[in-house]
Design a protein around this ligand. Structure first.
Ligand code: UDP
Ligand code: MG
Length: 319
């Protein structure tokens, strides 16, 4: 069912008790400003163990627009967004973080641009990385360079997940039902006309980030593996290169034997070569293993999320 002029806001929340009051106040103010639209707020509680759930259900008592979806455990932000998309009813859909890093104040402008008819989605990107550790920014830039070079996902540097979309685009996202989800790549892969709205980086209003440096590093490697087969060809090229080098070495050894006889020497270099080749082999096996592991998870077809509790009657609870 699609409700016309209804804007659905999908908000993944994981232990957001500190940030939620700010967000909810801001949402109330912003939606009052654009009263020509109806809104629904889909709070997807990704297995929080603080008061996130109680707070959302408290809001829902007074505000019929608040819809609560509580996971049976922490499934990750990707699963939370997917669950939200499965349950939206609006003609327009936006996804935003709970910590005000995706300012709800941009929504009126985003709606204006979207309804100008020329675009199917309005996405946001940060023009600066103020307040972020420099090492993290450096790795983020490197990641965008690499993934744009070797995949067809086409991701803008500084792109946030915060975006407003027409329903058609959400249907396309839902049609990509892969288990290993990387939304930044999925948004880029499905295409559609996207307007990029730049804004200055906002710091989290309260609470703490759920992403450690290693968490992000792993997420970016996952992103590359999900959207590119180039790492696999790297292993083939390593193989071809090394075969060529060893061929040259064989020639060298034969020539040396003919010219100088065969003194027993060179065991150290032999050990180095064996270790080197062993390393390369394990590296290539590791790359293949990554793809195999992804395939393994895909063929199992486990659900992306399990909703244990909700205040919505006909919710899609498992998918
Ligand atoms: N989040 C989630 N599940 C998780 C981790 C994060 O739903 O396992 C939510 C979190 O509540 C927030 C958003 O995803 O609304 C972004 O998380 P966070 O602000 O911690 O990430 P950062 O902005 O630091 O990248
Ligand atoms: Mg954040």
């Amino acid at each position: 069912m699609i409700v016309r002029r209804l804007v659905s806001l999908v908000i993944p929340c994981y232990n957001e008790q500190e940030a939620l009051p700010y967000l909810y106040d801001e949402l109330k103010n912003v939606t009052k400003e654009i009263s020509e639209y109806d809104f629904e707020f889909l709070f997807v509680d990704d297995g929080s163990w603080d008061h996130t759930k109680d707070m959302i259900l408290e809001y829902a008592k007074e505000d019929k627009r608040v819809r609560y979806f509580g996971f049976s455990r922490n499934f990750g932000k990707e699963a939370a967004m997917y669950a939200g998309f499965c349950n939206v009813r609006g003609q327009y859909v936006a996804v935003m973080d709970a910590d005000m890093q995706d300012p709800p104040g941009l929504l009126p402008e985003m709606l204006d641009i979207l309804l100008g008819q020329k675009y199917d989605s309005v996405a946001t990107r940060r023009v600066d990385r103020e307040g972020e550790p420099p090492v993290r920014s450096w790795f983020a830039r490197l990641f965008y360079k690499i993934i744009n070079r070797i995949s067809d996902a086409n991701i803008m540097d500084g792109a946030r997940d915060f975006r407003l979309m027409k329903r058609e685009m959400v249907d396309a996202i839902l049609a990509m039902c892969e288990y290993n989800r990387f939304s930044k790549g999925i948004f880029g892969w499905i295409g559609f006309r996207t307007y990029w709205l730049p804004y200055e980086n906002q710091n989290r209003i309260a609470g703490e980030t759920k992403w450690s440096f290693w968490g992000l590093f792993k997420y970016s490697i996952d992103g590359i593996i999900n959207f590119s087969q180039v790492p696999l060809s790297i292993s083939s090229w390593c193989g071809i290169g090394l075969t060529f080098v060893s061929f040259l070495m064989i020639l060298f050894i034969i020539v040396r034997k003919i010219m100088f006889g065969d003194p027993v020497a060179g065991w150290a270099s032999l050990v180095c070569i064996i270790t080197f080749i062993g390393g390369i082999q394990l590296f290539c096996m590791g790359i293949m293993g990554q793809y195999l592991a992804k395939t393994y998870m895909e063929v199992k077809k486990r659900p992306h999320f399990i909703i244990a509790e909700t205040n919505v009657e006909d919710a899609v609870k498992i998918k």
